[in-house]
Design a protein around this ligand. Structure first.
Ligand SMILES: [Fe+2]
Ligand SMILES: [Fe+2]
Length: 298
């Protein structure tokens, strides 16, 4: 394997070839894409962070959001302790909490290369890595690399823009394959609006994709409708071959997110993280104003 340590595991342990558990997300009440992935070879936690929008609809987080964040953190911390490998796809604080580097004690980390993103992410990465030196962790840059642990293969894309315009720097996408099953996690692409993003997803022939779509609340403002049309086209292509698309994060910051995708076919196989888990959605940020007026029982 490249850049990692082999993990000793009984070959009979873990019957499920690829288990995917979203831990926190907009549909679960917080900003996050934290996801647990387990194969018979390795336990992986992707992007162990969660946050709240400091200001939305002119309002600061509601008490229900604060409670949801506390609950998300408990789940993320619990899984982080059990994980053998942690992945950081970029350095935004809804994907990483630099105040809790103890999570990484004794872990193997595959990190976004901070030299291949924008200045803001680079500075956040530097602060995080300074703190990481205080705990016993092993890390390596992941961009464009493939790692192998037993019969599990973990592929990382080259850096790709965090949304149109590149203002927010770059992220890396992740594909995890185990015993003929495949899962792709796009991180914060706000798309897919580029050919390289779509190509990475399709190249790994996944049964399940966890996709970050467009920030619908910025459509026609910071996010152009022309780019949104391209996203719909690409998403249709994904839905044609993928069994389950988990769509969450940026798009689920509006309550009527589904209506934006009504022209697509196969959307019955497109679910939020909450729906994927069999839970009811709790779109707290999208309903912040209503929460303050007690109009939405959640
Ligand atoms: Fe981000
Ligand atoms: Fe994010």
């Amino acid at each position: 394997m490249q850049g990692g340590r082999p993990v000793k595991r009984s070959p009979t342990e873990g019957a499920n070839p690829l288990r995917i558990v979203p831990l926190a997300a907009e549909s679960l009440g917080v900003r996050s894409m934290a996801t647990w992935v387990e194969t018979p070879d390795v336990r992986i936690l992707i992007d162990p962070g969660a946050a709240l929008a400091p200001l939305r609809q002119g309002l600061s987080p509601h008490q229900q959001e604060i409670l949801a964040l506390e609950s998300a953190w408990r789940k993320i911390r619990d899984r982080a302790l059990k994980a053998e490998v942690l992945i950081i796809t970029h350095y935004h604080y809804d994907h990483l909490n630099p105040d809790q580097v103890d999570l990484f004690q004794g872990k193997l980390l595959w990190l976004k290369d901070p030299t291949r993103t924008n200045r803001s992410q680079r500075m956040r990465a530097r602060a995080f890595l300074d703190r990481l030196k205080n705990v016993k962790a092993t890390w390596t840059w992941a961009d464009g690399h493939t790692f192998h642990i037993g019969h599990t293969h973990i592929h990382f894309s080259e850096p790709t823009p965090h949304g149109p315009g590149g203002r927010l720097g770059t992220v890396i996408q992740v594909a995890i394959e185990s015993r003929g099953r495949s899962f792709v996690y796009t991180s914060d692409i706000q798309g897919p609006f580029r050919d390289d993003q779509l190509a990475f997803i399709l190249a790994h022939a996944p049964q399940c994709v966890y996709l970050d779509g467009p920030p619908l609340y910025l459509l026609g403002q910071h996010y152009s409708t022309t780019i949104f049309e391209k996203v719909l086209e690409n998403l249709q292509e994904i839905l044609a071959t993928v069994d389950t698309v988990i769509l969450d994060h940026h798009p689920l910051r509006v309550a009527n997110w589904r209506s934006y995708f009504h022209r697509l076919t196969g959307t019955s196989r497109m679910v939020s993280a909450a729906e994927f888990l069999g839970h009811l959605e709790r779109l707290l940020e999208a309903n912040r104003r209503a929460l303050y007026s007690d109009a939405v029982p959640m």
